[in-house]
Design a protein around this ligand. Sequence first.
Ligand code: NZQ
Ligand code: ZN
Length: 388
Amino acid sequence: MNNFEFYNPVKICFGKGEIAKLSKLVPKGANVMLTYGGGSIKKNGVYDQVITALKGYNIIEFNGIEANPHYETLMKGVALAKAHKIDFLLAVGGGSVLDGTKFIAAAALWEGSDPWEILSRRSEFHVEKALPIGTVLTLPATGSEMNGNSVVTRWETHDKLAFDSEHVMPVFSILDPEVVFSLPQIQVANGIVDAFAHVMEQYLTYPVNAPIQDRFAESILITLIEEGPKVLANRTDYESAANFMWAATMALNGLIGAGVPQDWATHTIGHELTAFHGIDHGQTLCIILPGIMNLKRETKKEKILQYGERVWKITEGSTNERIDATIKKTVGFFESVGIKTKLADYGVGSDIIVKVVDRFTKRGIKGIGERGDLTIADVAEILELQLK
Ligand code: NZQ
Ligand code: ZN
């Protein structure tokens, strides 16, 4: 196992009715900025629960944080937070609202000249302080509720970039599985496959004798395979919603990634499909991951075979036959929850290859993936493989 540091201070309040605890969690006397998205929380009753729980607090609202949150929108939130001397941010929504709020929290205290550098120059400039954040999660998928990651899109240039800092990890996150009931089917499916891909990015690399992390990862995958379809089939099944929600949080809170190699090539390439074509985040991962498994079958061989055997019970055939069967099972799972896996399914043609290659070249990317050996030429090949 590799050396690691693990730090996760996020307090989780999980279960039905937990939103009522907000008054115990948000500091008394705080100037609170409540952030949310396009209005789903007003339709499903979450907004009312939050406002009731925070009776007596001084609250400013900032809404309209869109899916794949825009830098341009978030900078308005930064201005509002500064103008009202906000000292606590409460994000109520899915990964986009949470990520957007993390950016606002960091940018509000940023002392550099241009807050975009938090994202564009993340390797040089680290976020050293941020306003405190609490969250009420409404969409299990990203793990943003229990990590320090944030992904932001600059609409003007169609750049989708990430940063991470322990200073934007929420102080608390409330996870009430009943929020799942109002999600559109496609968002449930996106959430299932996003969480699935998060596990794969930290698991499908190469062995380092880390059985705890491996078995933990496999248990999350199996839980998503078993519980995901139940959530889709019965939208008010509380138990399945709860298991799905906790699986998604555990998939990206740092635990399964501690002490093991990590890949993240699927996400790096997938973000470009969202940036250029607006394809939902979860969908981009279902397009790219099978391509990477196929192209990197040699360097990922041991873990693909282990995953195939332990998760899909594939034990027969030559190495290549088992790998093919494992990829087929993975694609079959994505399709069974309603997510298509080829670029043509989203109306995207071969011109995407040039665009992504050009962008990665300009960014000076040499190699990505757990060994840093997935080159720009490989990226082009993966996109080619996944055209139709
Ligand atoms: O805006 P509202 O009206 O709230 O509607 C949202 C949005 O349209 C709706 N929704 C959310 N909860 C709902 C609901 N509708 C009905 N009932 C509910 N309970 O769902 C739509 C999608 O929401 P969004 O927040 O965009 O989805 P998701 O949670 O999948 O977040 C995606 C974003 O997170 C980033 C992605 O790149 C993308 O920008 N990620 C963040 C990560 C992290 N912080 O660690 C890791 C991920 O890999 C990912 O990159
Ligand atoms: Zn993701």
